[in-house]
Each structure stands twice: as structure tokens, then as C-alpha cells.
Design a protein around this ligand. Sequence first.
Ligand SMILES: Cc1cc2nc3c(=O)[nH]c(=O)nc-3n(C[C@H](O)[C@H](O)[C@H](O)COP(=O)(O)OP(=O)(O)OC[C@H]3O[C@@H](n4cnc5c(N)ncnc54)[C@H](O)[C@@H]3O)c2cc1C
Length: 386
Amino acid sequence: MSTRNSERELIISTVRKFVEKEVMPVASAMEHANEYPHALVEQMKEMGLFGLNVPEEHGGVGVDATTLAMIFEELSRGWLGLAGVIGTHSVMCDVVVKFGTEEQKRRFLPGMASGEKRGGICLTEANAGTDLQNITTAATRDGDAYRVNGAKMWITNARHGSTFLLLARTDPAAQPAHRGMSAFIFEKGAPGMTVSRDIDKLGYKGVETCELHFDNFPIPVDNLVGGVEGEGFKQVMTGLEAERLNVAARGLGIARAAFEEAIRYAQRRVTFGKPIAQYQTIQNKLADMATHIEASRLLIYSAAEKRDRGERCDLEAGMAKLFATETAAEVSFEAMRILGANGYSKDFPVERYYRDAPLVVIGGGTNELQRLIIAKNLLKKYKDKT
Ligand SMILES: Cc1cc2nc3c(=O)[nH]c(=O)nc-3n(C[C@H](O)[C@H](O)[C@H](O)COP(=O)(O)OP(=O)(O)OC[C@H]3O[C@@H](n4cnc5c(N)ncnc54)[C@H](O)[C@@H]3O)c2cc1C
């Protein structure tokens, strides 16, 4: 899939205008109030942002991975929580597009693309995050349905969303465990699934992240992704490759927002008779921030282009995710230093960027995990054959 340059420019400038006009003026106040952005979500639906990676034949926009990354950068520059509403939703779309049966695509994708059916991914459990093979949530066949029992933690979009991708064990005895795991699409409605708690978070507010309980919750057999058991772990891992890129782009958006605030402030704030931007100490910071941001952008585009060529990009997406999100954490802290006390104040957005950045370091596979993925792929690529 590749998006024409003119089409890409139009999409990006539309999203940028939306962010600057509608999101930036309200983001900090809504984030501080932990208010769900209902009106902005409606506008995002109208703009087609829920169907970005859904092909046109199924009602989506069908943009390529590079354009998708650019859109995530723009949204996160305004408000990470808002980008979160389409973040895991787009991972779910990716899995259904790649692995769903034709009937599942027809049944789910148009609603997912319009945002009428929106949600995310239910993978993590209290005792299984990085080590996803340790999940215990089970789906047991019972006639025309599977009965799900267990609990999921940290599920973004769980309260306001309606449609989710679930990873569960269908063969608890399978060895290795991942061979006994299957992925399902489920919709809220039937009894047996409760959103039991909204987790109180450091940042990434506005969008909700919840704990879910399943008690004999029925999922129709027809909702088993691809119609085959035992493929779920592989399907989900492919989706997580896409997620690494969108999380990297979200890191880039936070870093850019923090840098833009810092360089503007540095030219206005005067100490000892000069704007602080004229001191070499501050210039060094700005130079390092901008260089890391540009390097993050190039790593993201390089990984996205490889994905657009239809190749796996685990190594490149891992590097992009690692570098761009560490950059988000560093740059938001450097911006806070440049703003001095104002950086620590809720009157300026930098404290929000600083609180949001750790989510992109931890979510989408921790950066410790990214290093393991990078090293594994490097050892494969540079295998010593002597
Ligand atoms: C705000 C937020 C939203 C989220 N949204 C979702 C969502 O929508 N859906 C979903 O399924 N999950 C979601 N998650 C969960 C997220 O994916 C996990 O938190 C993440 O994968 C890490 O898992 P964990 O928290 O269990 O940490 P653990 O796996 O317990 O890791 C703890 C520490 O040990 C390190 N570690 C673990 N194993 C290794 C190893 N082998 N080698 C080296 N270091 C290791 C980790 O890097 C980390 O530093 C969300 C998390 C957050 C914070």
C-alpha cells in the first residue's frame, strides 16, 4: 500500500489544522480534568481517522504506514490521550485486515472504519505483560460460542469502546503456550463482561485504561480471527509490529511539541539582559533536542517504508520505537529545564508532555523488550558462520 504524495500532504495538513485549531486550545484543561474528548472523537470519526489502515473497499482510507505514522505524530503533538483513542483501535484494524476471514472483514471493518465500532486490544493481564505467553484468560468452546473466563488489565478504550480484539487460551495444555492461543473479535452487549475499574494514571489522561473481568462471557464461534484456533499469538504479534511504529510516532509528536514550546520560550525569556536562547548552554540543549527529533523521524520513516514494501520490519520498528520514545522522555525533561519553574507549572503544557512521555516508553512493548528484539534480529542478520 502506498499513498500518493499529494494525498498524503492533504491528509497531514487537514489533521494538523484540526490539531492546532480544535485540540491544542483545549488539551491541557481536558487532560487535567481527565475528561473524555467526546466532541473531538466525533470530529475524528468525520475525518475518517478510525479507518486509516482499513482498505477503501471496506470503508476505510487505506493509507500507507508512513502516512499513518505522520498522522500519529500530528495528533500526539496536540494531545497524546487523543491519539490513544485511535492507537490500539488501529492495531485491532490491522489484525482484522491481515488475518480476518472475508466474512469477518465484511461484518466488522466498515463499522470499525467509521468509528461506530471502536475499541482496542485486550492482551495484558495482571501477571502477563511483556511475557504474554503467561496469560491465563481462557476461551472454551461451547456449541456456537466460546465461553471466556479471566481478567485483563490496562485495556485502553475499554469503557467508551464497543469492539475489541482479545487474546485467550483455547488449549491450556499446549506447549509451547503460544500454540494454544487464539484471537477473537468481541463486542460488548452479552452478559459476562464487566469493565471493573478505570486505572488512575500519571498521564495519558482523557482516554481511559481499564481492568476487565470475563465470567462465562460468550463470543460467537464466527468471531475467532481467521476461523482457526492456535494462530492468535502470531496474529497479535504482527499487529504489535504496527503498534511499535505508531507508538514511536506518538513519541515523536510529544518530543516535537516539547521542543516547539522550549524554542519559543527561550527566545522570549530574558535573564541578565538577554533572551536565554542566546546562551550557549540553552543552544546546546536545543541543538541536541532537534537532532534527536530528526533522527527519530528518519528511523520511523525508514521502518514504515520497509513495511510499505511488504517486508517485516521488526528490527527497524524496534529501533524507531526505542529511539523516538526515549527522545520523548529526554526532550520533555529538557524542555522543562528550559522553561524553569514555568515548565513545572500546569499553566504551560510541558508538564503534560513530561507526564505523557513514560507511557510511550512502557506501552507498545517496553524499551527493554525493544532492545531484546533489536539484538535478536541483529544476531540473526550477523550470524557468525565461521
Ligand atoms: C497507560 C497504559 C495503557 C496500556 N494499554 C494497553 C492496552 O490497550 N492493551 C493491552 O493489552 N495492554 C496495554 N498496556 C499494557 C502494556 O502493554 C504493558 O504494561 C507492557 O507490555 C509491559 O508489561 P508489564 O506492565 O506487565 O511489565 P512487566 O512485563 O512486568 O515488566 C516489568 C519490567 O521488567 C522488564 N522486563 C520484563 N521481561 C524482561 C526481559 N525478558 N528482559 C529484560 N527486561 C524485562 C520490563 O521491560 C519492565 O521494565 C497499557 C499500559 C499502560 C501503562
